[in-house]
Design a protein around this ligand. Structure first.
Ligand code: ZN
Length: 463
């Protein structure tokens, strides 16, 4: 190929020269045309003969261990169109490894629609940057044995940071989607600069404890309760006094890219990526705690709505009782009938005697485990209310599964039976005949796993 292209280039140059030679009075514009043709041939010759790929490989080889590949990606993007195409290809190759975890070079070539040598070169670049590693050779299909690579789980990570109302949870995930470490600290959520500084300090200490540099973290997934506008990165409930979006401020303070979303939606994302909604296209994740929220999986994607506010199931109106005042400023919100406080009020109204220690709702749930009739009836009443509200949502969304999470999920079968019976009595048969209603198997990990999934999705955006 090399000889052929060189020959073609020389022939074209000679032809251009001989065409020009007999016409001594050639115009300037014709001369310019010949020059352009000549330059085009030369450029074509260099482009197609591994000159630029070699430069790319050299650039990658110089990349020191621990240096961020993203920076290298950006460097390459800025140099030429040809290399920009290679950069996208490199990320697509990494995405293929991330999704499959294990791939041979021929399979990678098929997946990306490239030649086997190109796939081998991409795998080599990813190996030198510790994204994948060679694990051996597969059986030969007649020719050379194919080299097999898998995701390298030792060098690159994501951080999940869950800013709960009382606690800050930080978790480390590798590129095999495994949670490798976690820490929980008491840090009540506040909309202050001191809170952000304390969060950053916890993140930095966490990284030091696990011998990691910020450059090894592909991104931080930041979970915050309440309304969040995912387009502007602004929370409408917390950090409202800041001039800049809180995720940008966190990114500047940590040196790591930060993506932020509402906690209930991230729990739904965790369940959809790794939990019970993993193979579902349409699902409802119901978060039942001090607040009530929902994450809606529609056609395989978490639904965000026009402003990124979708899923505020707790603030839908319920019975028309104008005396039920919600913290959001409205009255009659479903949350005021079905959150932990509502459970406490209902149980006490029914005559439940709380013990002197601990939260009343914890007393009620523990009593229900022992078969306490009043506790079980109070939980069933909350379930009945949730079931009535869910009838509307089920008819709107037509889900395959409803997953119950949050502290109220600890009430277990007493709660789910009551919700299910109410749905059975009030929803159309066709909507509920194969509808599953299950307790979350991930617990609080759903939110952390959702943060990790969000960071990875963001990392592979536009690939
Ligand atoms: Zn409300």
């Amino acid at each position: 190929m090399l000889v052929k292209r060189a020959f073609n280039t020389i022939v074209h140059v000679l032809l251009s020269f001989f065409i020009w030679l007999p016409r001594r009075s050639i115009s300037i514009s014709l001369l310019q045309l010949h020059f352009a043709l000549f330059a085009g041939c030369l450029l074509n010759f260099f482009k197609k003969n591994a000159f630029f790929p070699q430069k790319l490989a050299n650039l990658q080889a110089k990349t020191k261990k621990g240096r961020r590949l993203i920076e290298t990606f950006e460097k390459i993007i800025n140099t030429s169109d040809f290399q920009a195409r290679s950069t996208v290809l490199l990320k697509r190759a990494l995405l293929a490894f991330y999704q499959r975890k294990l791939l041979s070079i021929p399979l990678l070539a098929t997946e990306l629609g490239v030649s086997i040598p190109t796939a081998g070169r991409l795998a080599a670049i990813l190996t030198s940057n510790h994204f994948v590693r060679l694990i051996g050779e597969g059986p030969s299909g007649g020719g050379r044995k194919p080299r097999i690579y898998q995701i390298d789980e030792q060098n690159w990570f994501t951080l999940a940071v869950d800013a709960g109302r009382e606690h800050l949870r930080i978790a480390l995930f590798n590129l095999n989607d495994q949670k490798k470490a976690e820490s929980i600290s008491t840090l009540p959520l506040e909309s202050s600069m001191q809170y952000l500084e304390a969060t950053v300090s916890h993140i930095k200490r966490f990284l030091v404890r696990h011998h990691l540099k910020p450059a090894q973290v592909l991104g931080i997934g930041f979970a915050v309760p309440g309304l969040i506008n995912t387009q502007t990165g602004r929370s409408l409930v917390h950090f409202t006094g800041f001039l800049r979006p809180v995720n940008d401020m966190l990114a500047d303070m940590t040196g790591i890219p930060v993506v932020m979303d509402n906690d209930a939606r991230l729990m739904a994302k965790g369940e959809a990526s790794f939990g019970k909604a993993q193979h579902a296209q349409n699902a409802i994740y119901l978060f039942l705690d001090r607040g009530v929220g929902a994450g809606l999986l529609i056609n395989g994607e978490i639904y965000k709505g026009t402003h990124g506010f979708a899923g505020e199931f707790g603030h839908t109106h319920f019975l028309g009782n104008k005396n039920n005042i919600c913290y959001c400023g409205q009255t009659d919100c479903l949350e005021t009938y079905t959150n932990l406080r509502a459970l406490e009020e209902e149980a006490l109204r029914m005559g439940f005697t709380a013990s002197a220690t601990g939260d009343v709702w914890v007393n009620i749930i523990e009593a229900s485990w022992r078969g306490d009739r009043v506790a079980m009836d109070a939980i069933a009443e909350i379930g009945r209310r949730l079931g009535l509200a869910l009838v509307n949502l089920v008819h709107l969304i037509d889900p395959e599964i409803i997953i119950i999470g949050g502290s109220l999920a600890m009430a277990g079968n007493v709660l789910t039976h009551s919700i299910y019976n109410t749905l059975r009595e009030n929803a159309m048969h066709a909507f509920r005949e194969d509808l599953r209603l299950e307790l979350s198997g991930m617990g609080q990990d759903a939110c952390l796993a959702g943060c990790h999934a969000m960071v990875m999705k963001n990392f592979f955006a536009n690939v």
